[in-house]
Design a protein around this ligand. Structure first.
Ligand code: ADP
Ligand code: MG
Length: 698
């Protein structure tokens, strides 16, 4: 294949050369012409306008000033040195400060000369100053550049010292575009381009760097964002289409006695509307002849387990077995108990398999499983051991999905000739935009309604000064027979030092709640799992009233009598973790409470997190706030999702565009699942060129 001009190494661009090319590679990961072409301006500036020092009255906007540097001074030495300059125009003076690149800037700037500076003012001690502004001599050429929408590229002091000032970037970009403009390939098919009414790729890339006018810029941004989102969706959905085609699912077309008897005789309550909707979705999947891969999202307590149970009964009605896998032994136990209770009186055989199942019991279990007389197996990772063989596994349910890897899921598939249907349940709500991208190859069901009569957990934010009040409240609750969690943020569970706050906290708590009147459980990551289980068990059996713990209790155990959750240093937890923790209470009939303890010093994000928790108990709303605060990059799972490839598009702001992109990806694939048609070749070419390692996310 002839090399495309966009694949030319960047050192061959006029004015770059090997040394500077190396720097671009290291600093901004630009190695080829194509990479540079996709290095977009991070803002557009109007450099036809000059401000004066006196006009600066906010730190909101970037401004350009012309004036003289009147004094230059290096303060401090070595690594902590900073460079300060006084900059003066007709109306006043301001200070310019650098912490990096001190040496080269000092060499470049001469006191007494005229300069143009460009940057964002900071308010410091009641005055505006500039840290790391661009500074360039006020020569004539500079004054000629007056387009209102000039691109501005982000760069580092290191790059600037090698001549990659923002202004030089503009020059380099012009050189690049002059050379490649005619050869920028279109990445979409003609019919897609027509249907979407998007700007052609080459136009978009020219206008993203050098916008003709604001309208053209908007069109260019739209086009580039669309590409970013569209190709992620195309890739994800292609996996799905191929799988649907290759993998035939068992057809569970029959609703029989198991399901109906349970539904009419055993179900102690009416299903919520949301549960009904999801059961319908699952039934449709199971009857479709395609293999089901469905993600079931629902807040803690929304009744996912019940839905899973009904899906399992459909499998049984169609002559198959089902299994349910939980991330911990306690959870597996709990599922086993509730399932057995729910099914009591029905001819369904249920067993439990965990690490602690004795050898003799295991043997019996294996046999029954192979004969098919055991219908439902519930357990932990022990389920995926090779010795566990089903006679006819039709449905796998995985609870609390994020604790299981994709590989483990795959091993369950192999337990049956025809891959079983898979239902993954998670109580970690994620915003739809993120779900569509992270789990784009799964179908998604949402239970967005709690069973009736649930009292939302009351949440408060308290400070250290309120500690005694909090203790008194805890005492009252214990007197009423309730139990209480006290949770500490521990970053590294295996580090003794990190555990100290919890130990100190335990001291304080046990002084206020002394033996023998009060009993306290303690659970953290340094305990052996048997110790952990036994402490949990004491709490579960109401032998202790208080459980002092780290976040190891985050997932899943249902203790309806525990109705108070105290979270220490709550400002240190992320939102989704706070939400998970709060989900441990509010499971019984009593009013539950969550108390978020924090120090007075809060970052604005920290404050926002606590406020959000106090304001709402809606997991999806919380997830949205989380996404806004953190951006998707930090959220679970995104590292390997290709989302890091998003340069312009945002999962927060571009939800509408994402939906459109997904819709068009669907249309494309339903017409041509293997992308074989000639008109789709531009898209295939683009996928081939795109640098994401898609192997990782399948
Ligand atoms: P999840 O797994 O989603 O956290 P569970 O399935 O454990 O929630 O359900 C939580 C509790 O609510 C259980 O005690 C369950 O029996 C009960 N429950 C489930 N669905 C309903 C319903 N429709 N009406 C009343 N209670 C319900
Ligand atoms: Mg659950």
């Amino acid at each position: 294949m002839v090399q495309h001009i966009l694949d030319t190494p960047i050192e061959y661009l006029k004015g770059i050369g090997p040394v500077r090319a190396d720097m671009l590679r290291r600093e901004i990961e630009v190695s080829t012409f194509g990479d540079l072409l996709h290095y977009y301006p991070f803002r557009y500036v109007d450099r036809s306008k000059f401000y004066t020092v006196r006009e600066i009255d906010s730190d909101a906007a970037w401004v350009q000033l012309k004036g003289k540097v009147t004094a230059i001074q290096t303060i401090g030495t070595g690594r902590t040195a900073r460079l300060a300059m006084t900059f003066r125009d007709q109306t006043g003076e301001t200070e310019l400060v650098w912490f990096q690149g001190v040496k080269w800037i000092r060499e470049k700037v001469v006191a007494g000369r005229e300069y143009i500076i460009f940057g964002k003012p900071n308010l410091f001690n009641g005055r505006f100053n500039f840290t790391h502004p661009d500074i360039e001599p006020a020569d004539e050429e500079m004054l000629l550049q007056t387009e209102p929408l000039q691109p501005y590229y982000s760069t580092s002091e290191k790059l600037k010292s090698r001549g990659f000032t923002p202004r030089n970037f503009v020059r380099i970009m012009r050189t690049l575009l002059a050379q490649v403009q005619q050869s920028i390939p279109e990445t979409l098919s003609q019919s897609l381009l027509l249907a979407t009414k998007l700007m052609p790729e080459a136009d978009a890339l020219v206008n993203i760097h050098f916008p003709r006018d604001p309208q053209a810029l908007a069109k260019a941004q739209e086009r580039i964002k669309f590409d970013e989102l569209f190709f992620i969706q195309l890739q994800l959905l292609r996996l799905k289409y191929v799988r649907m085609e290759k993998v035939k699912g068992r057809v569970f077309g029959h609703i029989g006695e198991y399901f109906n008897d349970f539904y009419h005789k055993n179900l102690p309550f009416e299903l919520t509307g949301a549960q009904k909707k999801v059961v319908k979705e699952i039934r449709a999947d199971l009857g479709s002849g395609k293999q089901m891969n469905r993600l079931l999202q629902g807040d803690v307590g929304s009744g996912k387990t019940l839905v899973a149970l009904m899906a399992m009964l459909i499998a049984l009605d169609n002559g198959c077995q089902a299994c349910l896998m939980a991330p911990t032994e306690i959870l597996a136990n709990q599922h086993y108990k509730t399932t057995s209770r729910m099914l009591s009186g029905l001819p369904v055989e249920v067993s439990l398999l965990t690490g602690s199942t004795k050898k003799a019991a295991r043997k019996v279990l294996h046999e029954k499983l192979q004969q098919g007389s055991l219908h439902i197996l519930i357990g932990t990772h022990a389920l995926i051991e090779d010795t566990v063989q089903f006679s006819n596994l039709g449905l796998v349910v995985i609870d609390e999905q994020h604790r299981f890897g994709v590989a483990q899921r795959a091993r369950l598939w192999e337990k049956s000739e025809v891959p079983p249907h898979v239902l993954v349940m998670t109580a970690t709500p994620i915003p739809r935009t993120l779900a569509m991208t992270l789990y784009g190859d799964l179908d998604i069901s949402v239970i967005d309604e709690l069973p009736p009569g649930r009292k939302p957990v009351k949440t408060y934010h308290s400070y250290e000064k309120d500690r005694l009040k909090v203790f008194r409240f805890m005492k009252e609750q214990i007197e009423q027979g309730r139990q209480i969690y006290v949770v500490y943020p521990i970053i590294n569970e295996s580090d003794k030092l990190d555990l100290q706050p919890l130990m100190d906290g335990l001291d304080t708590v046990s002084r206020y709640f002394p033996l023998p009147e009060y009993q306290i459980s303690i659970v953290h990551g340094q305990l052996k799992s048997a110790e952990k289980e036994s402490e949990m068990k004491r709490f579960l059996e109401k032998k202790t009233q208080i459980m002092v713990a780290t976040t190891v209790i985050e997932v899943g155990v249902d203790i309806p009598n525990a109705s108070v959750m105290v979270i220490e240093n709550a400002e240190r937890f992320g939102l989704s973790q706070l939400h998970q923790l709060r989900g441990r209470v509010g499971r019984g009939a009593d009013q539950s409470h969550c108390i978020l303890m924090s120090s007075y010093k809060l970052t604005s994000d920290g404050r926002k997190r606590l406020e959000t928790m106090v304001r709402t108990t809606d997991g999806f709303e919380i997830a949205e706030v989380d996404l806004h605060l953190r951006g998707p990059g930090d959220l679970q799972g995104t590292q390997q999702s290709g989302l890091v490839g998003l340069k312009l598009a945002s999962l927060v702001k571009d939800e509408k565009l994402l939906k459109i992109a997904r819709e068009f990806a669907h249309r494309t694939l339903s017409d041509d699942p293997h992308l074989e048609k000639p008109e789709n070749q531009p898209m295939v070419m683009h996928l081939k060129r795109s640098e994401f390692d898609w192997g990782k996310i399948s």
